[in-house]
Design a protein around this ligand. Sequence first.
Ligand code: ATP
Ligand code: MG
Length: 440
Amino acid sequence: MSQSQATNRSPAKKLQAIRGMNDLLPGQSAHWQYVEGLVASLMQRYGYAEIRTPILEQTALFARSIGEVTDIVEKEMYTFADRNGDSLTLRPEGTASCVRAAMEHGLLHNQTQRLWYQGPMFRHERPQKGRYRQFHQFGVEAFGLEGPDIDAEVILLSARLWQELGLAKHVTLELNSLGSSEARAAYRERLVAYFEAHYDVLDEDSRRRLASNPLRILDSKNPDMAAMLADAPRLMDHLDAESRAHFEGLTARLAAAGIDYVINPRLVRGLDYYGRTVFEWTTTALGSQGTVCAGGRYDGLVEQLGGKPTPAVGFALGVERLILLLETLELIPPRASDALDVYLVPLDESAEAPAMLLAEELRGALPALRLQLHCGGGSFKSRMKKADRSGARLALLLGEDELREQRVAVKFLREARDQQNLPRETLATCLPEWLADAPA
Ligand code: ATP
Ligand code: MG
């Protein structure tokens, strides 16, 4: 017997989900559907089309795009050899796959594209609140547009999402510019010199990054380095003229649209491919995992992956953090739940087939109605108990008398209101009225 068979048979080993990978249970999944529905509609309203790519890609795609010396590629990827010996990786983010697919299918050939995606991403991080090993992102990517108008558009799109979710007051837009690659290279030298002069203050992580990715040191949350970082040279002060004009074009548009922002000169992104505009939407309501949405411009990536030079800008939004935020602030509307409107009870066996037909009739007449039909038989008492426990607002009761008279009894399960008995054909008009005034 092989070792894996032995493990499978071992009665002591309880089967559990993988650490950092969550099940979404009834109740919670409705919150996700609410957010997903809103995002899909928003994207459509802004003229963005959805792209769906595989969850697995060749490892080289991420190594080449995200950058060899980033946290993701250094230590967070789920990489394995498949049965052919090819190195594959569960996608840690969506941009690389999106660029790969767009190039592969000629979507970037002499045209612009406004795309969005959603789905699971995988990173081997230390699981904690707001940080998981399988998590989900929504993302947008706009290709072929180099001006600040499109940077402003993707930020306005995200701002509208906060507004529609009731979150506008709870998130802050932070902006920075990483300049051109030349400006960044010159700044990098200046920054390394500064850090070398303060080498004694650098923690181990930062010392390691000094050679490989010194800009990332700016992002450190280590309080012992805070004072030193506050005095570090700022890329914002050393921007090339074009990047400066681009940034001013963006901030002027945001101001015109009434979008508040703060400039955070230490905002850098964890991925190598960003240049010029970078931004984050942050909140203080989630503790240290406060970045809900992050993005920026990545004009060099398409070329880096073997395509023609193509300007690009986008963002990715962490769905778990967004939903956690909505739940924390109690901003999920009551209708974003699995709650039933109606529980339909055939009172005895002979009423079961007619009840099923009535259920179908009502579902046809009232498409928004949430109706569950009692199944599984049982005594009168147990049927009524199930109705009570269903959480529905109303129970419709169908027994021998009702069938004979073509009527239906209506029991109000959550209001002190007398039971009613009414002609079957009036249900389609009465139900929406009752459900509209009943308490949520
Ligand atoms: P962080 O600094 O929090 O590690 P990051 O720079 O790695 O974030 P991005 O790669 O820019 O994050 O991903 C965009 C968004 O996806 C983040 O702002 C966050 O909301 C979400 N996100 C990233 N990693 C995780 C994770 N492990 N679990 C849950 N959400 C995540
Ligand atoms: Mg990270």
